[in-house]
Design a protein around this ligand. Sequence first.
Ligand SMILES: Nc1ncnc2c1ncn2[C@@H]1O[C@H](COP(=O)(O)OP(=O)(O)OP(=O)(O)O)[C@@H](O)[C@H]1O
Length: 296
Amino acid sequence: MTVLARAIDVTRRYGGVRALDGVSLDIRAGELVGLLGPNGAGKSTLINLLVGLRRPTSGTVELFGGSPLDPVMRRGIGVTPQETGLPESLRVGEIVDFVSAHYPERLGTGELLARFGLGELVRRQVGGLSGGQRRRLAVALAFAGRPKLVFLDEPTTGLDVEARRALWDGIKAFHEDGGTVLLTSHYLEEVEALAERVLVVGQGRVLADDTMRAVRGLVGTRRVSLVADRLPDLPGVLSAERVDGRIDLVVTDPDRLVVELVRAGVPFSGLEIRPATLEEAFLALTTNPPKETAHV
Ligand SMILES: Nc1ncnc2c1ncn2[C@@H]1O[C@H](COP(=O)(O)OP(=O)(O)OP(=O)(O)O)[C@@H](O)[C@H]1O
């Protein structure tokens, strides 16, 4: 499958901070890739390198087989950064026309706005839009020039559920037409709802690059929940907390945990074991040292 964007052993430093550390990846045509990672993991830096806003300290970045610094290559992409400033006095339709005019091919203004649930607002001045409407407009603009590849940095941060769904529909429609998307998100359900492939980034490195299912399987964690007054120190516990009178543990080996519990002779009841959610798996991948259950 055609590779649209590629990073080869890319490192990016800002002074003493190593924001990316030997990252290699391909974004292939038709993929919808979710980039997950905690604050400061290097997600925005990776996007900035792939779209040519920054250069790597070492390593190579390619866009459509060329350099992301080449305007001809950049014409094939659409980008919504984490923050955008749109001119307050322009009308929504005027902004779309202004942005579209930079591209050889364009989506009609009405069609673009309808795709993102903004059709009613074509004559509204940007200064009169709500925060959520502005954000949706900023994301819609990434699609104005019929891009092949779209980069969205936290597209739905700050949106309510309805606005988020309207955006998801626009992104999905683009993808169903064959478009390629790389998006970052702090909303794990967003990545679960949209992305087929997940890249987990932590401390500037790619920790996992696989299907959603495989990423969960990779960490192989289980959520164990039980009722007990106290627990001894147990092996393989990644996180432990008391919630509504129960103790919830994320563990790597639930069978061993139960054996150890019984062996310790600790009274417990209401044992439940289920697969970890993506959030739990993600935390386990990027996480701290094992937890001491005796202090829960
Ligand atoms: N222009 C800059 N100057 C100095 N340090 C920077 C700069 N941009 C990013 N960094 C640092 O590089 C690291 C990675 O930042 P980056 O913004 O790429 O992370 P992120 O995963 O996008 O985080 P977030 O989820 O908070 O947006 C952080 O430690 C950050 O402080």
